[in-house]
Design a protein around this ligand. Sequence first.
Ligand code: SF4
Length: 402
Amino acid sequence: MSGYRPTTLRLAQNHCSKAIEHYENGVPYDRRFFGVGIAAHAVLQAVGEARTRNPEAIFTIADKVVARLITEGRTFEGEGEPPMDHDSAFAGRDLALEYLRWHPFDMREDEVFELGLAVNSNFRRTDYSPNAYCRCILDRVSRYVSQEEDSSGARVVKIIDYKTDWPCDSSRLDSLQLRAQAVIYDACESRNSWDIMIREVVNMRTRESWQDVIDVEDSGVIDRWRSDLRLMIKAEEDKLDRESGARLASPGGGCIGCPYALRCDDSLDFSVDSHPDFTCCEYATVLALAKGIEPACRELTAQEPKDIGGGKVVGTVALEEKVINAEGAIEIWDEWEEKGGDVRGFLTAAGGMGKGNALAIAKVIFPSRKQKKEREEWVDDRSVVVVKRRFGVHKKEVDDVE
Ligand code: SF4
């Protein structure tokens, strides 16, 4: 059985233990989940290692990376993966290039990209291999001597993690993955070798980044994270089937968004009657399968909907819906005003305003693309919480509110 990576522990956390087994066994995953990220990271690595800021050289390097990904596929941990779909490869490349346009690399000689580190069960450095107790790959590591006024002369290690998902924000610094990176780096490199550790997470979509600083004097925090990581691994080991040592599947809510949903016997065989709330798990699993197949259906029906019999088609169709456009809204207001009404009464009678409308107004007040956060906060500050009941699969906290 392979060792653990923050990625595999997260799979177990978000989906189920069986997902780790699928990962370990190299079960082909739904590439929509990772393709863009893989391509973007591969481009960043190639450009970073070439130590160039020349735009033409960067484009050439990026195109070579894409050509390799779509013809040969990548090799990860010694295993070849199938060629990547063109859309993901191009999208990942473009994302990386756009990011680099705004944030060119420093070209430090001592900078390392995609650094694989591993530890044994005593958290001592060991060779990076799938069998290592716990391992991770650091996107970018820089080591340098600080020139900052308040830390001048301090030996800095900076660990940067690049994210390609839109929702990434500062909270990722507290994620299992980023904490595990600090733990594993700390275990592999002596604490005598650095004075300050900077952990940085970058959202490549919004080009925002967040960082925190750990002084070696306060490195007790890393000890705490190490103990949490140990506990998580132990919890996964405890969940293994006692006889076969296999990881057990829990089809249900976790299948939604699971990259293995379409390849997993346990989710496909949703008639497995193992959960007390079987019917609800069955519903969630079928939903996960439908979501998994949806992109392929969208592609197949991109030109026109497909007739599936029974008077039904699958695809995107135009449905008519009556809406009140700006002109209609002005007429309503004019009539309101003619009858002596004011704005306050108008909005009260209308029962407020939809969030979409408020965001559209916010765009006029905060026109810059960089003001997205202000816009959202502005709308949020003017919103109140109402409880709506909606059937479906929800996160547990939402169910609790209802
Ligand atoms: S599809 Fe469902 S049962 Fe299968 S690994 Fe993912 S979460 Fe587990």
